[in-house]
Write a protein that binds this ligand. Sequence first.
Ligand SMILES: C[S@@+](CC[C@H](N)C(=O)[O-])C[C@H]1O[C@@H](n2cnc3c(N)ncnc32)[C@H](O)[C@@H]1O
Length: 398
Amino acid sequence: MRPVAPALAEALAPFVGGDLPVRLEAWDGSAAGPVDAPVVALRSPDAVRRLLWHPGELGAAQAYVTGELDVPGDLDQALTHAFAVARERGLPRRRPSLTAVARAVRTAGGIGALGRPPRTPPSQVRAAKDHYNLSNEFYELILDPSMAYSCGYYSSLEMSLEEAQHAKLDLVCTKLGLQPGMRMLDVGCGWGSLSLHAAEHFGVTVTGVTIASEQKAFIDKRIADRGLTDRVEIRVQDYREIPETGFDAVGSLEMGEHVGRRHYATYAGVLHRAVRPGGRVLVQQMSRQGRNGGRHPGGGPFIEAFIAPHMHMRPLGETVAYLEAGGLEVRDVQALREHYVDTVAGWLENFDAHLDRLTALMGEEVVRAWRLYLVGGSMAFRDGRMGVDQILMERPVA
Ligand SMILES: C[S@@+](CC[C@H](N)C(=O)[O-])C[C@H]1O[C@@H](n2cnc3c(N)ncnc32)[C@H](O)[C@@H]1O
């Protein structure tokens, strides 16, 4: 087979707006681009098909997840490099003619017709839709023992992930002013980290709600094992259907991201209605730059397609305005952006330590998607494109 890379480089140049920014290795063994740049390996013509069909993040992510495109070196380093080049060059002013690029690639590579890429396997679509019902074991292998799936609080540099999650839960319970005998509501309780911590360490009675039945099954077992059946109740319930009012405190850790712009006022209203006058509410939520969350409010085309569709993030100020409009008085906002870089590093360490088991459980493609999600997420927090904040509020006494 003729070497394809020089012509591929030429064909791909319009997409990158200049010289090749990476070392490109093609499936025929040829290579092009700077020798000291991160390596991107195109293992199959399907990688080119996907990049042509969905230029940019989505096509590249699809090709990476399927293994048609690989990054043999450090993924973080390669993505950081790609982002830096994209920022420096900006997007190409005009989208290149698909037919022209396809013709050039085809002539060079002899890869036949460049039609539609293969479809995304249904298993991946299901994995994204069922983010929280994926498999409890999958999350157990990645998260800390408390099963907190939200940003930890590294109050000292030497903390482990487990200690940082414990410190975060203590911080939340302290900010909420929990005292023995109080009633607390945990909206979007995940695998029960806050509900169980509040009951065990602060002596409160807790109601937790989640939309994932797998999570309820997991927490119910922990409740029984720890003798907390009379103090913690977990329900599979949408936040809009919580009937009770008069809670002394309400916590909602990283659930607000699932509430779109259309419903956020309702979410704020639910929090306000659930807590008694004078009671406290703490929302921990991720934010992102760009008015109204920009074109991709859910964290970008990759996350929206592969990990968790229907997520919605916005600048912190917009979220605060919604909560205030819902009748809550904001008392304190604490930014924890850097803590997410360390939290994700902890998750990635667990991920790498259990790679074989994770692959056996979920398959190669889900595991590749998750690596991209974790590495890309950590970068977004490190670079300030995303943030996470604890917003402490009080329901005013009328
Ligand atoms: C990122 S997890 C956070 C879990 C937990 N708060 C923690 O810190 O570990 C988001 C949680 O919100 C829940 N959730 C999403 N949409 C919901 C809805 N409409 N009503 C109730 N819970 C919801 C999910 O089931 C999941 O438990």
